[in-house]
Design a protein around this ligand. Sequence first.
Ligand code: SF4
Length: 439
Amino acid sequence: AAIEGSIPPPLVDSPKCPRCSLVGICLPDETERLQKRRASQRWIQKTLFDVAEYGISSEPPEEVSEPVRRLVPARDDRRPLYLDTQGLYVGKSGRVLKVKEGGRVVQEVRVADINLVNLMGNIQISTQAVQMLCSEDIPIAYFSQGGWFYGITEGMGLRNVMLRREQFRLAEVAWFCRRFASALVAGKIRNCRTMLQRNHKEPPRKVLSLLKCFEEDARRASDLETLRGIEGTAARVYFEHFAGMIKVGDRDESIVGVASDLPSGDAGDVENGSDQGGNGFMHTFDFRGRNRRPPKDPTNALLSLAYSMLVKDLTIVCRAVGLDPHLGLYHQMRPGRPSLALDLMEPFRPVIADSAVLSAINTRMVTEKHFVRTGTAVSLTPKGRKQFYRAYEQRMDTLVTHPVFGYRVNYRRIIEIQVRLLGRFLMAEIPSYSVFTTR
Ligand code: SF4
């Protein structure tokens, strides 16, 4: 196998696997389960051009009769590090990151305790710290102060050239892209519907039926243009009823916003109530629909930040698996756009990003005081952003049952498993790929 340059298939039910350091990459039991699933059909992706049935699905999986052994830990003990205070400097000493403000060390973080460094805005990092993080395979993600995702620094990533070759080949196959995109969009609509069912005060039956129809339409869409139309209409319907999942009062809890001429770095003052009176802008979580670039109300500001966080996480996982995050199968290529990460985040938008936003609002982790307005744009204060990162990480850390394998792992792990399985699917090592949907 080494001479051929191919990776041998995983062992079957081997006692070696639970102790193997590669188990999280290899996914031996998951691969075997998926290989068995359609073994009777003798389906091989490379001969797909001859067959009508091919294994990309957003259909809800059958009940899991026997869960797969969970050989990977349910969650990673390491945590992402978020640095948000403007003007910080990150250096290192030994295997410890030293975070300084005005020359004074304000935080020390052991490299062994983190799996990602998020630099939000104007934060400097030393070459020595970058080199150490690269050698430890800990990515550094760069954002604007407002949460715009610029990019990543990481070690010698993108090692699996064979996988990328298949990705590039299949990205040229129009029907494959259409089928894959249909499954992603159908899965996203399904998850939106589940969100409304679970969280809406009174989920309107008509809307649930409508979303079910859109899900079916997405599965059957004949081309990407039609699919985009269905996705857009479904998203509009979903966001028209998003407000029904916000469970904070909008009268007595609405708070006057902050003066627009506050320097952004000082906006944290609003936490102390200095915004009372402000220049008369009212912030509430009264959500009327999605808007962006810039977001014009607090809920949209949170949604934009949440999607930015999520696309960053998908980009990192794509690169870790060896996929090119910029070559999408649904989203079109555009310079600097992580199209594949945007593709893969579709079914996760409602269950991770929207859910984190709702949780931040409904549990009052983020309140109306945590926003500032500049012109028509509404953005979070530094304290508000910190609170939202907590809400987002809590959601990422929530345990959920994998619909195909029946074991419980957190969302961060689910994302990684899904992207690794996509890699195996593109390499024709497993016959089917199921988009993640929740019940
Ligand atoms: S996890 Fe994979 S690499 Fe490790 S022993 Fe099992 S089959 Fe081999």
